[in-house]
Design a protein. Structure first.
Length: 432
């Protein structure tokens, strides 16, 4: 049976009210493991998604020695290791520390930084944001105050193309054509311009402004949008703190973003591949490391960029062919970049279905959809992307509940699907 219906639109984020958490932040990390049905889970923060090839090999070694062998990409360009046995936490921490992946144990969960993955590689950004990335990470790890940030607090460093600006980060830096940077605190329209040389420090000041507001409110808000403060008041606080820090600035309007990642294929002097449902097998990871001269860049869209500076067209073409032979996606016409899913059964006890299996079975129908699909095993919708999409959520009733999510606030449509084999009909019911 398939039923379609309309539901009332949700209020836009600008109308959000304050959220106060009634418990501490339990977001998993490399040192604080999370218990799942398939064993313990570690989430390794990788600022900007950047890994040296030596670090990539260390991660693969940890996954094979201690976990289920796979590496799972997150929507923030981080990596999860799953299926960890009890009592392996100390060994995992030792492996990651030796590889330089845990520069500060006290800050490991707050190093949530996304950055434009093609920055400096394809000529389309306004500047290479790598200096901002390394600078901000160093400042975070040196700040005692930053240790108070939630594991969900997010920084975004945009090279001017607008890709990570659209990810609703708590603190966003975006390169400007005049050589400066726009700094925004929260998802509103207000921003301030700072010089490029002060950008990393200004981003930390913005995070400190948020923490001040949290303390004054007496709440346990983890993200800026949860504070419920009027945007002018928050921007005024930020400007006051910047002045106190000696950082020159002026008010500006924030630029919009796209939240679109690199397309699969050859992009500039790099290879770009999509990882179906975000899981990398050991052979896929090993081939990536073999091809990469120096580093990998994991993206918030569950893709990987392999910089190959100075490579010939033949070398790039050969490298892409080798990666696609392992099952990674190098064709921009593939439907896979438009399909995502949480871990589902059997890894998550809260999941009502094996959503990854059902998503793979519905790939052909999803490829004909006008919107991307995200499959979730329960109403929490863990890892769901930003922007317009169709949510396919498994319910406790054994059925899937589909709904459109519209960033512009238009009225969503929904449908109920008894059998995943009827996905095409369900999609037609809510998109026609």
């Amino acid at each position: 049976m398939l039923a379609a219906m309309s539901t009332a639109a949700l209020p836009p984020s600008s109308q959000a009210t304050a959220v106060s958490r009634d418990r501490g932040d339990a977001c998993p990390g490399s040192l604080r493991l999370h218990r799942a049905d398939d064993g313990a889970l570690a989430r390794v923060r990788l600022p900007g998604g950047v890994l040296t090839t030596a670090q990539a090999e260390a991660l693969a070694d940890a996954a094979q020695r201690l976990g289920d062998g796979g590496l799972y990409l997150t929507s923030r360009g981080n990596v999860q290791v799953r299926g960890l046995a009890d009592g392996c936490g100390a060994e995992l921490a030792e492996l990651l520390t030796a590889a330089g992946l845990l520069p500060s144990h006290g800050h490991e969960r707050v190093r949530n930084i996304v950055a434009s993955p093609l920055s400096g590689l394809d000529g389309h950004g306004l500047r290479d944001v790598r200096p901002w990335l390394t600078g901000l990470d160093a400042l975070l790890c040196a700040s005692e105050t930053a240790r108070e940030l939630s594991g969900r607090f997010l920084f975004a460093l945009d090279d001017g193309r607008g890709d990570v600006t659209g990810l609703d980060a708590d603190v966003t830096l975006r390169a400007t054509a005049d050589g400066g940077a726009l700094l925004a605190l929260g998802p509103g329209d207000a921003a301030v311009r700072v010089t490029a040389g002060h950008a990393a420090r200004a981003a930390l000041v913005a995070a400190e402004t948020f923490l001040d507001a949290v303390r004054e409110s007496g709440t346990r808000s983890w993200r800026v949008a949860e504070l419920g403060l009027p945007e002018p008041g928050l921007t005024h606080r930020l400007r006051s703190r910047l002045t106190a820090a000696g950082i020159a600035h002026d008010g500006r309007a924030r630029d919009g973003g796209t939240a679109d990642g690199p397309p699969p294929g050859i992009v500039g002097t790099a290879l770009s591949v999509h990882v179906p449902l975000g899981r990398l097998s050991p052979p896929q990871w090993r081939e990536l490391v073999r091809i990469a001269p120096a580093e990998l860049r994991l993206t918030p869209w569950r893709g990987i960029v392999v910089p190959v500076p100075g490579a010939s067209t033949d070398r790039l073409t050969d490298g892409l062919a080798r990666l696609t032979a392992t099952g990674l996606v190098g064709d921009p016409a593939s439907p896979w970049p438009r399909v995502g899913a949480c871990i589902g059964r059997p890894g998550c006890a809260k999941s009502h279905a094996d959503v990854r299996l059902d998503a793979a079975r519905g790939l052909e129908a999803a490829g004909r959809s006008g919107l991307p699909l995200y499959w979730s095993g329960c109403e929490r919708r863990c890892g769901h992307p930003r922007g317009d999409r169709i949510d396919v959520v498994a319910g406790p009733d054994g059925r899937y509940h589909l709904s459109t999510t519209d960033a512009a606030g238009r009225e969503p449509r929904s449908a109920v699907m008894d059998d995943p084999s009827r996905l095409a009909a369900a999609l037609a019911a809510i998109t026609s």
